[in-house]
Ligand binder design. Structure first.
Ligand code: ADP
Ligand code: MG
Length: 728
């Protein structure tokens, strides 16, 4: 076997699980590395603590004195835990998190130093951020960017470093990260939802968006990973024939978790719990070596920080167990890819889940209001929602008969469908009689019962109502959930504002409140009908049906991102104060550019692997065949020897056919890449990479994978899928 592959293989066979022991209970670990409100109460004078909590709840600016006090408390707590450094922890548009560590240490004389950390250092830092993506924002203005504390997400300790969640903005105040617009969107939905809640309950003064994500991932052994340059550089296998056994036996899902994997999961879960991430669920996923981890839902901003933290932790801890985590959406062709379902809902300060039916007709009307408005928001902004989840990796999933299609639609289940259809029909034009109203309310009052036996679980829908929340399933496994959450919260907020205006107008014209709400809901139910789809989202019929309905089907990232040109999207973000036109434009540029870079790296690596790894192995095998054929001819004479070597000759021909075709497709790809690279405009470049460069990937791979099947196993240089996916 090719040396690298053989060594890796042997490494794997010698592995043993590395279990970590736990003294005491899991619950003892929870939040021990977090500067959460209980710790703050302990470390801060009680009036400071109260002001801090008020500021967090209201989102108000913290004054300098308060910041100083909090900084001191944070430092004392961190030092007591052995910390030496602090960092502002932020989410640049690279998709990962970034940090820059500074010591608490401050020299105060020759040979003397103290531990220092004050409000200034807590509130703001100026990381040298010139190498983070900015979409041109920082080139035209000031080159600096700065990070600013987000007090709504608690600081935490990683190793000896105190990490402070922050936003990242340019000197001129434009956002350069995911967190800033997310916080703005969460503020919008809070305000808009509280206003609508006033129709139902005057005690509601705060609404939070909740997010419960489910993280899917693959594990591969570290040695095998290192022997696959494509996994190392792109996170996915660019080559590799599907193994004889894939997921067809359906024996992996919910099967028993292998011991070495279990040891890894246990350790990263323990670390997660220490960091206050409430992980509870773990199981195998559909594909071999694919797993899922999910926490209990939390407030959206915190949940998102926790997801980023978890992805980071997983990668770090996987190495300790000689694994590598693959967060890519499609590491292995032929088996399922990975997503990150985003479960989303809205909760009030009074403890009500606005997307859960309540106990009486009034709370059910409230439920229906938020439910129907969400569907309307999805209807009006499907393209934007699609753009929010676009990435080169996710392109392999969406529409690939395993993940939701690239067509955005909403699934609500048959009972709610019947209810909405009834409402659409039965709310009469003109003034409603008291009897009409009573009847409608009775119907609405029945929602909880009908939902109880609403057992349909449609797994093929990108946006599904699951009883007390919506589940956005099209999000990619490596994505920052903020992208999707910024959009969902902004569009629902915008819709709620429109709804409130329309209902108020009806009330002003003399309609009763309930009547006004019902009539307006009827308008929305009618108007949003085409986005509702209860059937099989994987079927070809749906693609045709969706087209007839006028729903978009943007199949790749560049097409999805083009939606951002829509003026109404710019207006939406601007009017809601979530992204200025300039910020939006910058993001569009960054995403097109990110797409280009990803495909460019994949394309280069494909060329390299073809030339440096695959062709040499193929030539070696060809030489073996040639030697054998020549030998036969030497022993038996040209004619008889040739006849006897006919199988070898056939194989040789076949090998040569695939070799030539692979190389020629690779050359074509190279020529197109050169052309694409000369394009200045980033959007046109992305389109060229998609339509002209990437299109050759399948052909190159087809021939390479055929060669993998023909060439002697010993000679094949890259660990095969059966090794990557089944050896642990
Ligand atoms: P699956 O989709 O794998 O069947 P579930 O439907 O049980 O799993 O999804 C559970 C997920 O939904 C969990 O991550 C949970 O935290 C989340 N969730 C439950 N209620 C809410 C809510 N009100 N808001 C946001 N997420 C929620
Ligand atoms: Mg789910």
């Amino acid at each position: 076997m090719a040396t690298k592959r053989l060594n890796a293989y042997n490494d794997v066979l010698n592995r043993t699980p590395k279990s970590v022991e736990l003294d005491g209970k899991l619950s003892d670990l929870f939040g021990t590395l977090v500067f959460h409100s209980d710790v703050m109460r302990e470390y801060l004078p009680s009036d400071t603590y109260k002001s801090m909590m008020e500021a967090i709840n209201s989102g108000a600016r913290l004054d300098r004195k308060l910041a100083d006090q909090v900084a001191t408390a944070m430092k004392d707590w961190a030092l007591s835990k052995g910390a030496t450094h602090y960092t502002h922890w932020f989410q640049p548009l690279t998709g990962t998190t970034a940090e820059k560590h500074d010591a608490f240490l401050k020299p105060i004389g020759p040979g003397r130093a103290i531990e220092r950390f004050d409000g200034d250092m807590l509130v703001q830092q100026e990381p040298d951020a010139s190498s983070f993506p900015n979409g041109g924002i920082r080139n035209t203005f000031e080159a600096r960017g700065y990070t600013a504390w987000d007090p709504s997400s608690p600081a935490f300790l990683i190793g000896k470093t105190l990490c402070i969640p922050t936003i990242f903005i340019s000197y001129t105040g434009e956002s350069l990260d995911y967190k800033t617009p997310l916080l703005r969107a969460l503020h919008c939905i809070d305000k808009a939802a509280v206003d609508v809640c006033q129709y139902f309950d005057k005690n509601v003064n705060k609404v939070i968006a909740t997010l419960g994500w489910e993280q899917e991932y693959f594990l591969v052994d570290q040695a095998l990973f290192n022997a696959r340059p494509d996994l190392m550089m792109t996170g996915r296998a660019l080559f590799g024939h599907a193994p004889a056994k894939g997921q067809q036996l359906e024996d992996h899902y919910f099967g028993s978790i292998p011991e070495r994997v279990n040891a890894f999961m246990r350790e990263f879960e323990m670390e997660s719990l220490r960091l206050g991430i409430p992980v509870t669920t773990r199981h195998n996923e559909v594909a071999p070596n694919q797993f899922e981890c999910a926490p209990i839902f939390e407030e959206c901003n915190l949940a998102n920080d926790h997801n980023l933290l978890l992805m980071d932790l997983m990668e770090k801890i996987a190495r300790k167990h000689d694994f590598r985590v693959l967060l890519h959406e499609k590491p292995f062709a032929g088996v399922n890819g990975s997503g990150k379902h985003n479960n989303w809902s809205l909760g009030t300060n009074t403890g009500v889940n606005l997307l859960a039916p309540g106990k009486n007709p009034k709370s059910n009307l409230q439920f229906l209001t938020f439910f129907v408005n969400t569907i309307m928001a999805i209807h009006d902004n499907a393209d934007l929602l699609r753009a929010s989840i676009a990435s080169a990796g996710n392109d392999h999933r969406l529409g690939a008969n395993e993940a939701p299609p690239a067509i955005i639609s909403a699934f609500i289940g048959s009972s709610l469908t019947t209810l909405l259809d009834d409402l659409e029909k039965n709310i009469k034009a003109g003034k409603m009689t008291p009897q009409d109203k009573t009847e409608l309310k009775l119907n609405i009052g029945k929602i909880p019962q009908i939902l109880l036996d609403n057992t349909d679980r449609n797994r093929t829908s990108p946006f599904a109502f699951t009883g007390n929340k919506f589940e956005f399933r099209a999000v990619g496994s490596s994505a920052n959930c903020a992208s999707a959450m910024i959009v969902i919260n902004t569009i629902v907020a915008n819709q709620l504002i429109k709804f409130k205006k329309a209902v108020d107008a009806r009330i002003n014209k003399g309609e009763g409140k309930d009547e006004a709400i019902l009539k307006e809901l009827q308008v929305l139910i009618k108007a949003s009908k085409k986005i509702r789809f209860e059937g099989n989202g994987y079927g070809d019929e749906w693609v045709k049906d969706a087209e007839k309905r006028g729903l978009s089907n943007r199949k790749d990232t560049p097409r999805a991102l083009q939606a951002y040109h829509d003026k109404s999207i710019e207006q939406l973000f601007e009017s809601m104060g979530v992204l200025s036109p300039r910020e939006l434009e910058a993001r569009r540029e960054i995403e097109f550019d990110g797409y280009v870079l990803k495909i460019q790296i994949e394309s280069r690596l494909m060329g390299d692997l073809v030339n440096n790894n695959i062709i040499p192995a193929v030539l070696e095998y060809q030489n073996k065949l040639i030697q054998n054929i020549q030998g036969m001819m030497a022993v038996f004479g040209d004619k008889e020897g040739k006849a006897m070597a006919s199988t070898q000759i056939d194989i040789l021909k076949q090998v040569n056919l695939h070799l030539t075709a692979m190389k020629s497709a690779s050359e074509k790809m190279l020529a197109e890449r050169k052309k694409a690279n000369s394009i200045e405009d980033v959007e046109k470049k992305a389109l060229a990479y998609c339509d002209k460069v990437k299109v050759h990937f399948d052909e190159i791979r087809y021939h390479a994978d055929k060669l993998e099947l023909i060439v002697e196993d010993e000679l094949w240089p890259l660990p095969k899928f059966r090794e990557l996916l089944f050896i642990r």
